[in-house]
Ligand binder design. Structure first.
Ligand code: NDP
Length: 292
């Protein structure tokens, strides 16, 4: 193996300890950041994610509350729950765990979250702020990716970044964040022609497609930084990324593993966003690191 491992688990640990310190300082001022997680139904993966988010909040001293709602809840009733959370002062961040049952329109629900409490960064206003490179709350996975890239010690500016995937939660926002860091960005997707050639030109390759081990070593420019966002199960049920890890390690310069790469950073950035929302909501500034 030649590539350097970009250890998201380690970085997440470091960041969570920094967040814990900042939360402690905020508590000394009588303020406890609070996160409300809305869980509709009992989708197994969602229940697991929500549990990890609760645990992570607890670890750093953020107050967390899970609002468990039945699968049968109507869209209007769910909107009322969001409105109530928007009004509650002790709640700085609101997260609606996706996916929602099919009778509920996800974007309608997300749009109802107060912009200043939108710690997932999914509301159109925060997505717009990201586009304009203004201050706002931005999606957690892309924030985690930028933090991991900075850990390499290499400058993002001037590099050619190729992002494979154009979803609103990963592909598009990470492309914008990379652009704001002065990378030259190419976005690729399922209709892209000549993906392999394009990927091979990347100094930074972000794979966010949801296709197990699709990115093989012939997609990689020697020495490239490879960020694997994918979470998939292979034919044996093993958790794998979008990148064929073992083979790509022989060519890449740096690589994130799955698990232990981007995943742990995502929840960490949720904690960071909740802290950030709390600081903004209370008009408090703390010295030290809050964001990248
Ligand atoms: P989506 O399914 O919303 O988007 C996938 C994107 O990949 C689409 O833009 C699609 O193109 C593109 N794509 C699919 N197949 C190909 C292909 N063969 N070649 C090129 N492009 C392709 O997924 P998400 O963005 O939500 O998530 C992507 C992956 O990241 C998933 O595995 C997900 O589980 C994982 N994930 C991991 C997180 C973490 O914390 N580690 C957080 C969020 C997601 P098109 O638009 O044309 O359909």
């Amino acid at each position: 193996m030649t590539a350097m491992l970009l250890n998201g688990k380690e970085l997440a640990k470091k960041r969570r300890s920094e967040i814990k310190t900042q939360v402690g300082r905020l508590k000394e001022m009588g303020i406890t950041p609070g996160l409300a997680v809305v869980l509709v139904g009992e989708n197994l993966a969602s229940v697991t994610y929500v549990r990890s988010k609760e645990k992570a909040c607890h670890e750093v001293g953020i107050y967390s509350e899970v609002i468990r709602l039945p699968e049968t809840i109507t869209e209007e009733e769910l909107l009322q729950v969001i409105e109530e959370l928007n009004r509650r002062e002790e709640i700085d961040g609101i997260l609606v765990q996706l996916p929602l049952p099919s009778h509920i329109r996800e974007q309608v629900v997300i749009n109802r979250i107060a912009v200043e409490k939108d710690v997932d960064g999914f509301t159109p206003v925060n997505q717009g702020k990201l586009l304009l490179n203004e201050k706002g709350l931005f999606p957690c996975t892309p924030l985690g990716i930028i933090d991991l890239l900075k850990e390499t010690g290499q400058s993002i500016a001037g590099k050619h970044a190729v992002v494979i995937g154009r979803s609103n939660i990963v592909g598009k926002p990470v492309s914008l964040l990379l652009l704001h860091q002065h990378a030259t960005v190419t976005m690729a997707h399922s209709r892209t022609v000549g993906l392999k050639q394009i990927a091979r030109e990347a100094d930074i390759l972000v794979a966010a497609m949801g296709q197990a081990k699709k990115i093989t070593s012939d997609y990689i420019k020697p020495g490239a930084i490879v960020i694997d966002v994918g979470i998939n199960r292979d034919e044996n049920g093993k958790l794998v990324g979008d990148v064929d890890f073992e083979a790509v390690c022989e060519v890449a310069g740096c690589i994130t593993p799955v698990p232990g790469g981007v995943g742990p950073m995502t929840i960490t950035m949720l904690l960071q966003n909740t802290l950030q929302a709390s600081l903004w909501n209370h008009h408090v500034e703390l010295a030290g690191r809050i964001d990248g």
